[in-house]
Design a protein around this ligand. Structure first.
Ligand code: B1M
Length: 211
């Protein structure tokens, strides 16, 4: 039987192949995909995050753990997503300029797809103008921004400034999130919503577009 805690252990060692195999085994045994995500993959990444903070592990170890997490997520994705026929709306999402963290952003994108959004993922290190250009191009209703560094959070303000300077601010629902972001920062920059996690972001976005 697949042990979910073993997924966390392998992830911390950066053993992507073992993580993939165990995630698949756990799914085949009928385990809840959300339990595999939270208690296996994310629990392992939290341990790495804590060790990174305390200088017990360094960038290379974090990178291989992140790669293992992404390998596990790729197996879980179809199970976490159940898309209906008509999209509930369109989202462009990205990690802001200067910021290369994409695990949380990928999770948010996945959950948004799961509640029925068509998602355009702009990747990482996204220039403010690109968020706006792409939202216009695909006819999005929602712009989602993720930041993991205190130094890159101001780029969220730049996206809102860009919308304002083009007279487009009221056309889009702007959502922000990521570990250093909070409600007071969102209020300060004039974002429409701050949400603390991927599932809440997806539910909030759906409620906002169907309002
Ligand atoms: Co970096 N890193 N990192 N890192 N990294 C942090 C963020 C840090 C907190 C670690 C620490 O020191 N404790 C710290 C930031 C300090 C700060 O600014 N306050 C840090 C640093 C300093 C750095 C570098 C500067 C290190 C260096 O080079 N010396 C460097 C910066 C590179 C850059 O971006 N320019 C760097 C590099 C890296 C790696 C490349 C090694 C790797 C990223 C790999 C990748 O993403 N592909 C990495 C990682 C993995 C981390 C930690 C360990 C884990 C982040 C993560 O993926 N968590 C992180 C420590 C930590 O967070 N504890 C750390 C799991 C993920 C699921 O959570 O992304 O928070 P998270 O997403 C959550 C929520 O925040 C939310 O939903 C998710 C959960 O459901 N969410 C949203 C996210 N986006 C949202 C958007 C929304 C709503 C919710 O609405 C739109």
């Amino acid at each position: 039987m697949a042990d979910i805690h073993e997924i966390s252990e392998f992830l911390q060692k950066g053993r992507a192949k073992n993580v993939k195999a165990l995630v698949q085994e756990a799914l085949d045994e009928g385990k809840d995909p959300k339990e595999i995500l939270n208690e296996g993959l994310l629990a392992g990444m939290m341990v790495i995050g804590e060790k990174f903070k305390n200088n017990e592990v360094f960038v290379p170890e974090v990178l291989v753990a992140a790669r293992a997490l992404n390998a596990g997520l790729a197996i879980l994705e179809p199970k976490l997503i159940e898309v209906g026929n008509e999209p509930v709306g369109k989202v462009v999402i990205g990690t802001v300029k200067g910021d290369l963290h994409d695990i949380g952003k990928n999770l948010v994108a996945m959950m948004l797809k799961g509640v029925g959004f068509e998602v355009t993922d702009l990747g990482v290190d996204v220039e403010p103008a690109v968020f706006v250009d792409k939202a216009e191009e695909v006819g999005a209703n929602v712009i989602c921004m993720s930041a993991l560094l205190t130094t890159t959070m101001p780029s969220m303000q730049s996206v809102i400034d860009e919308l304002e300077s083009r007279g487009l601010r009221d056309k889009y629902i702007v959502m922000v999130g990521g570990a250093p972001v909070n409600q007071s920062f969102a209020d300060q920059i004039g974002a429409d919503y701050y949400t603390p996690d991927a599932a809440t972001c997806a539910e909030t976005a759906k409620a906002a577009v169907t309002k």
